[in-house]
Every structure is written in C-alpha cells, then in structure tokens.
Write a protein that binds this ligand. Structure first.
Ligand SMILES: *Cc1c(COP(=O)(O)O)cnc(C)c1O
Length: 242
C-alpha cells in the first residue's frame, strides 16, 4: 500500500474533526441528541492508504460508488474492521461482486437489482442491508433527464421495499437520497422524510435515512437524516466524474 505523507495525514485528521463539529452543530440546531447522526465517509477516488488513515482516526463506515475500485480497496483493507457502503448506480451484473464486500447497499432502486443482490448475498453466505434510493426530482423533472442519478420514484418505494423484505440474504434498512442539483435541498429532504415515515408505517425496522453530503448536511440533519455521506468536506477536492 502506498504511504501517506504526514501533511496529508494532518489534512485528513483536520477535515474529519471539522466534519464531526459540523454534524454536532447540526444536531444541536435541529434539537436532536448528539451522536444521533452517523457518518459515512465517501472515499471514492482516494487510495486505500487514505482509507487506512481514516480507520486509524476512528472511521468505520466508508462509501464507494464503483464496484471495481471498491472491491480492490476492500480486498486491500480486509484486515481492518471497515463497513463498506455501496452508494453508486448498481448494474445487475455487478451485484454479485458488491455482495462479497459491501455490508450496506444504499442505491437499490428496482426489483431487478434486488433479485441480483439476493442471489449474490446467498452465494456469498452474507447478509446485506439494503436502502431504497429515492429520486427527489420534482415530478416531471426526470423527463429532461437526470435519470443517471437513479432512484425509485416515491410511489415505487413500497414495491422495491417489499421485494427487499422478501429476498433471501437481504434486509430492509430504510431510504437514501441525493438532493436535486441546483435546488433548495430543504424541501427535497422534507419529501424524503415523508417517504421514510410512510415506509416505516409498513416496515417499522426501516429506520435509516441516509441523506446529506458535504454541501447540504445541515438541511439533511434538520429533516431527520440518520446518516450523512461526506466526501470532499473531509478528503478534499475530487476530480469530476470520480
Ligand atoms: C460522491 C457522493 C457523496 C459524497 O459527496 P461529497 O459532496 O463529496 O460529500 C455522497 N453520496 C453519493 C451518492 C455520492 O456519489
């Protein structure tokens, strides 16, 4: 594994401290108990050696969005007690690989993916927690395209959730979403909270709300996020299309 310079180590430690302070301040502002919001550090594009530094600093949950990159890092760091969250668009032909190292798959948005993950989890003898990724685009927006961001429409969530619940090797954890680009994240996260409340009516165990990234974690915590996914706020600049 390549080594990490002392300067970079310090930078990562400072980024992590700053992120933890922001989360604590957001919990206070929302009137929520300290420690009620979990942190997933998004490590995509950053080398395994830097993930090891994060682990040294107490981070356990890390998020990745590409199977090839994630599986290599998970193999390299197999001796660390890391919990890998898969947060990227998931093709059915990658599900088998993802099921070997991920513990949480946050980007489940259609029954076909559920079936593929279930086969992968069963083959690997593992249990995967699945979150239903919800599209927060205003209705109609998906027509002009950001379909690449993925996510089930709010009306489709019950079907995807039921499929997860019925699938061997999978458990239903809750919901995940990304705020729409260029829009106020507050109303979008409020819609997500409504979707989560309805889902919990049918499935009380589905308590996870994964929402909030470096730009909008405060709004997400205000609207009930149980987990935030932070990359650039901690690790710094990431080349586009990472
Ligand atoms: C990259 C990514 C993040 C982290 O984004 P930052 O803006 O770097 O905090 C969170 N969630 C998903 C789904 C991502 O792809």
């Amino acid at each position: 594994m390549s080594s990490v310079s002392p300067e970079r180590r310090r930078e990562i430690a400072e980024g992590l401290d700053a992120a933890r302070s922001r989360i604590a301040a957001a919990e206070d502002a929302a009137g929520r108990p300290r420690g009620s919001v979990g942190l997933v550090v998004v490590t995509k594009t950053f080398p395994a050696a830097e993930v090891a530094v994060l682990h040294d600093l107490g981070v356990r949950r890390v998020g990745e969005n590409r199977d090839q990159e994630a599986s290599a890092k998970a193999a390299e760091l197999a001796d660390r007690d890391l919990v890998w969250h898969f947060i990227g668009q998931l093709q059915t032909n990658k599900a088998k690989s993802v099921a070997r190292y991920a513990s949480v798959v946050e980007s489940v948005d259609r029954p076909k993916v559920v079936a593929a993950l279930s086969r992968g989890a069963t083959a690997a003898g593992r249990e995967l927690q699945c979150l239903v990724q919800v599209s927060l685009e205003e209705s109609g927006d998906e027509l002009d395209g950001d379909a690449a961001r993925g996510g089930a429409l709010p009306d489709e969530v019950p079907e995807v959730a039921a499929a997860i619940k019925d699938a061997p090797g999978l458990s239903l954890g809750g919901v995940m979403a990304v705020a729409p680009l260029g829009a106020d994240p507050g109303p979008a996260f409020a819609r997500l909270a409504e979707v989560a409340t309805r889902l919990q009516g049918d499935h009380p165990e589905a308590s996870v709300i994964s929402a909030g990234m470096s730009q909008d974690l405060e709004a997400a915590v205000q609207h009930g996020a149980t987990h935030v996914r932070l990359g650039s706020a901690i690790l710094g600049y990431r080349p586009p299309f990472g």
